[in-house]
Write a protein that binds this ligand. Structure first.
Ligand SMILES: *[C@@H]1O[C@H](CO)[C@@H](O)[C@H](O)[C@H]1NC(C)=O
Ligand SMILES: *[C@@H]1O[C@H](CO)[C@@H](O)[C@H](O)[C@H]1NC(C)=O
Ligand SMILES: *[C@@H]1O[C@H](CO)[C@@H](O)[C@H](O)[C@H]1NC(C)=O
Ligand SMILES: *[C@@H]1O[C@H](CO)[C@@H](O)[C@H](O)[C@H]1NC(C)=O
Ligand SMILES: *[C@@H]1O[C@H](CO)[C@@H](O)[C@H](O)[C@H]1NC(C)=O
Ligand SMILES: *[C@@H]1O[C@H](CO)[C@@H](O)[C@H](O)[C@H]1NC(C)=O
Ligand SMILES: *[C@@H]1O[C@H](CO)[C@@H](O)[C@H](O)[C@H]1NC(C)=O
Length: 322
């Protein structure tokens, strides 16, 4: 049950071939090479010839800079095309016995991209949020053989064709703890191995990422509620679930006064301890602030400490001094 559709097409195809191919007694123009890939700005030799059995005129039609390489031969001419900047299709022609025939050659220009750049990354990226990597590529040809690869270290995150000029290729990754300190980059690959050339690679400068986790909970703040003038109390501020905990900073303040603290680190927690001393100038209710800062975010807890003095504090001071 062969389909009958294609059958009538066969005679039509033969007629078409007969029209395209030169009939007996007609000369044909040939070109060598019929196609070539060359570096941008490069030169190429093109041989145009005619199968005419008489002396015929052979020429090459092109907007490119051309030079005839002498001496030519009987019914052939060699041309040098130079400074080829873009793809081009020069046409050889010959006039034989009052009829003209032509042959086209395909020049494909290749060049590596002039710019391969990864857009800057945020200074700090929260774990669990999407991060978009953008790679910009300018230039490069042939685009059919040009690929951009987005990388984390040596790991390929995405491989995409290069479209547009300049081209921007993006990939979204979910930032994880593993990405802290990871290096991201992008690389273009101009693969001309199938044309007998190389694999040309260009890589962007690497960008390091810092990721962090700061929990949504405020720090826990422990402090005396009241503090007698000239006595000392201890303030402790702690928070769990921090990553990387060594990068976390603490700000502790009583009123306008920054408190000196010492931090003890756990695996993912920290505890900042400071001593506070009530002074006569601070008598009254003072604001106490603890802020834990990580990445570009912070979590804070506020409290109060009431500083008071007993009646006759002057004698107390004298008494303590003895
Ligand atoms: C030249 O053209 C004439 C008539 O058009 C034809 O008879 C002759 O065969 C042709 N010769 C060649 C070499 O094409
Ligand atoms: C150019 O092509 C013709 C026809 O194929 C050939 O005879 C001639 O040797 C070629 N010239 C060169 C320099 O290769
Ligand atoms: C922290 O940085 C991220 C990424 O740059 C940004 O989206 C976010 O608004 C910043 N958050 C704060 C509190 O500045
Ligand atoms: C991250 O992006 C993907 C799609 O690229 C989406 O499915 C996912 O919900 C996003 N996750 C967050 C946390 O925004
Ligand atoms: C390069 O592009 C050409 C034209 O599209 C294609 O035929 C060839 O397979 C490509 N080569 C590689 C290695 O991608
Ligand atoms: C791209 O790589 C090629 C070698 O593959 C090199 O010759 C060229 O200078 C590089 N281009 C840039 C802009 O670095
Ligand atoms: C904090 O400690 C530094 C030295 O470690 C000291 O010079 C400074 O006076 C202290 N500040 C307070 C408010 O105790």
């Amino acid at each position: 049950m062969a389909p009958s559709g294609p059958r009538p097409a066969l005679p039509a195809l033969l007629v078409l071939l007969a029209a395209l191919l030169p009939g007996p007694g007609e000369a044909q123009t040939s070109v060598f090479p019929q196609g070539v890939i060359l570096p941008r700005g490069g030169s190429v030799l093109v041989n145009c010839s005619s199968s005419c059995d008489q002396r015929s005129f052979v020429g090459l039609e092109t907007p490119l800079t051309k030079r005839e390489v002498l001496p030519g031969g009987n019914n052939w001419k060699m041309f040098e095309l130079s400074n080829v900047q873009e793809d081009s299709q020069p046409i050889c022609f010959s006039n034989c016995n009052d009829s003209q025939s032509t042959a086209k050659t395909f020049l494909t220009v290749y060049w590596t991209p002039e710019r391969v750049e990864l857009a800057p990354l945020p200074a700090w990226q929260p774990v669990g949020e999407n991060l978009t990597l953008r790679c910009q590529v300018e230039g490069g040809a042939p685009r059919a053989n040009l690929t951009v690869v987005l990388l984390r270290g040596e790991e390929e995150l995405s491989r995409q064709p290069v479209v547009g000029e300049p081209a921007e290729v993006t990939v979204t990754v979910l930032a994880g703890r593993d990405d802290h300190g990871a290096s991201f980059s992008c690389r273009t690959e101009l693969d001309l191995r199938s044309q007998g050339l190389e694999l040309f690679e260009n890589t962007s400068a690497p960008h390091q990422l810092q990721t962090f986790v700061l929990p949504a909970t405020p720090p826990q703040l422990l402090s005396p509620r009241v503090l007698e003038v000239d006595t000392q109390g201890t303030v402790v501020c702690s928070l769990d679930g921090l990553f990387p905990v060594s990068e976390a900073q603490v700000h502790l303040a009583l009123g306008d006064q920054k408190l000196n603290h010492t931090i003890t680190y756990g695996i993912d927690s920290l505890s900042a301890k400071a001593s506070v001393k009530g002074t006569a100038e601070e008598e009254g209710t003072q604001r106490l602030l603890c802020a834990v800062i990580l990445g570009n975010q912070s979590q804070e807890t506020r409290g109060t400490v009431t500083v008071y003095s007993k009646n006759g504090q002057g004698t107390d001071r004298g008494f303590l001094g003895v």
